[in-house]
Design a protein around this ligand. Structure first.
Ligand SMILES: [Zn+2]
Length: 348
């Protein structure tokens, strides 16, 4: 069909017809695409888990590495540690933080150098900026990566910069604040394992992210004759970890660190998957996200319908290659936004 193109009047006749055609065809295409090979959605959380959950440990307490980290590692779990590199609790045991715990997957975050507060911008630059620099010196290739920031609890006379000044500093140092912790602190707000697991169940019910902030953890061995600040009893802490593990093992929780959850959510919310090609021989997808690719490079979990009869697939993105099994006509796999196209092919 050819339509005259030159006059305004004929264009005006064709425009409504074109719009009707366009709306109809998009509607039909999306209905077909939803359950046809290549149809892809971004999982709400990593590995298509229902919710995200974060354990955060504040103040560089020795009981973190004496009790918490070994217990986390036993259950194959990680947590975020808000460090104060200028405090004696850190400097006395610097070696372990520098050489050990991050290699077990523990993630370090900025809780300011000394936890004493800031009285002007020079102090703020030192307290916040230098803490970030020390962490980035420990963690390889982290110079251009995001770090989590946890505001230290200090009196009003010891925090003398404005919200805007803080926001500027966080942006300058690629720091993401974990936000308000009211209602999230173990011992203070959350007394029992049931209180804390209720927060995890709330996250699962709402498909959101939740977190708990822990200070000390009770030491039994070694006996230091005193406990760290707000030490969480082992008979609460261990059942908490076991309850989180049970929820993770049945696929309900992604137990992760603050920055990973933040990255996933930001990339996911700005994500767009385009099907470039899809037939019985293979599927080609393009994954874009509005998030800055330099800072937001965490893989997203994609769920893609594959042709009937495919049992196992090879998924390639750039130099990354994985083999995944087909379940209920779909595959789950990880892909990084704003990188090479994703190529999926059947494997015999
Ligand atoms: Zn603190």
């Amino acid at each position: 069909m050819t339509a005259p193109r030159n006059t305004r009047s004929t264009r005006n006749i064709w425009r409504p017809l074109f719009l009707v055609y366009f709306v109809c065809s998009v509607g039909v295409l999306s209905v077909i695409a939803d359950d046809s090979p290549g149809a892809t959605s971004v999982a709400r959380w990593k590995d298509d888990r229902t919710a995200a959950f974060m354990l955060m440990f504040d103040d560089s307490c020795p009981s973190h590495w004496q009790v918490a980290i070994p217990e986390l590692a036993k259950r194959d779990m990680i947590a975020t540690f808000y460090l104060n590199p200028g405090k004696a609790e850190f400097t006395k045991f610097r070696g372990g933080w520098e050489t050990n715990y991050w290699k077990q997957g523990m993630v370090y975050a900025d809780h300011t150098m000394t936890h004493k507060g800031v009285h002007n911008m020079d102090e703020a630059e030192h307290e916040i900026g230098d803490c970030a620099a020390i962490i980035r010196k420990i963690i390889p290739n982290s110079d251009a990566k995001l770090l989590s920031y946890g505001q230290p609890g200090v009196g009003p006379n010891d925090w003398k910069i404005t919200k805007d000044e803080l926001a500027g500093l966080l942006k300058k140092h690629n720091l993401i604040t974990r936000g308000e912790i009211s209602g999230h602190m173990a011992v203070y707000h959350l007394k029992t394992a049931a209180d804390m697991l209720a927060l995890a169940d709330k996250a699962i019910a709402n498909k959101t992210a939740e977190f708990i902030v822990i200070h000390g953890v009770e030491r039994i061995v070694p006996d230091w004759h005193y406990q760290d600040f707000w030490a969480l009893k082992q008979n609460i802490f261990f059942p908490l970890l076991d309850g989180l593990k049970e929820r993770r093992d049945r696929g309900a929780l992604w137990i992760t660190d603050h920055i990973s959850a933040h990255q996933y959510q930001t990339e996911r919310d700005g994500a767009d998957v385009r099907v470039i090609a899809a037939d019985d021989r293979g599927i080609k997808l393009e994954l874009k996200s509005k998030a800055d690719p330099q800072l937001y490079d965490l893989p997203l979990t994609l769920i893609t319908k594959v042709p009937t009869g495919w049992k196992q697939c090879e998924v390639t993105q750039g130099t990354n290659k994985t083999t995944v099994a087909v379940a209920a006509g779909s595959i789950h796999f990880d892909a990084i936004p704003n990188r090479d196209p994703i190529v999926i092919s059947p494997q015999q």
